[in-house]
Design a protein around this ligand. Structure first.
Ligand SMILES: CSCCC(=O)/C(O)=C/O
Length: 194
């Protein structure tokens, strides 16, 4: 289940949406797109990630349009206890921009993006089968919690892959992934599928 929450500039949770139409409507001013693709078997080989993704998802990628001239792909997989996660988490939580647009497709698990908006922040929680496309230059952060469980295809416009430029902004106390999910469950009163 996708969920979108709006926070003010102080990090105060203001409103939550869990239906696709409202999520898209409230993402639109940021230029962020959201959708779903079927989960298909996918074997990414080192060096030809994008070719494998294009073979499996050619139609879906074409529908994204010309704003996303993709040049590379990788698969990010994080599991609880992953030794790389603490350092990666610090990098992802520091608000940053990428030199190009980015597309992320969740293959399993869940992850939380924080997107800077005109009047605060949007927290977007995605799960398997959901994709999100961020426009070039949108300041954002990402979290997957203390015990991450997420696998995502990362499609890059930049040939060099994941290159982030930190904004240097000190973010307000936005809830990290675990608190976000706990508060969301209190609000919507139903289990998120993992
Ligand atoms: C689920 S994608 C992981 C995070 C990432 O690739 C990114 O760009 C965060 O800003």
């Amino acid at each position: 289940m996708v969920a979108l929450a709006r926070f003010d500039t102080q990090g105060q949770w203001e409103e939550t949406w869990v239906c696709d139409g409202l999520v898209r409507q409230h993402l639109a001013p940021t230029g962020v797109q959201f959708g779903r693709w079927p989960l298909r078997p996918l074997q990414l080989q080192a060096g030809d990630g994008l070719a494998a993704v294009q073979a499996a998802y050619g139609e879906e990628l074409a529908a994204l349009g010309s704003h996303f001239p993709l040049h590379g792909a990788d698969r990010l997989a994080l599991a609880p206890g992953d030794a790389h996660w603490p350092a990666l988490r610090r990098q992802f939580l520091a608000e940053h921009r990428q030199g190009g647009a980015e597309v992320r497709f969740f293959l399993s698990g869940t992850g939380l993006f924080y997107l800077r908006s005109a009047d605060g922040f949007l927290g977007l929680l995605c799960e398997a089968g959901e994709w999100v496309a961020l426009p070039e230059g949108l300041a954002h952060a990402f979290d997957a919690g203390d015990a991450p469980h997420v696998e995502a295809l990362r499609l890059f416009v930049q040939p060099q892959g994941w290159v982030a430029e930190p904004t240097g902004a000190v973010l307000p106390a936005l809830p990290l992934y675990d608190d976000f999910v706990a508060q969301l469950l209190e609000q919507v009163g139903e289990e998120l599928e993992e």
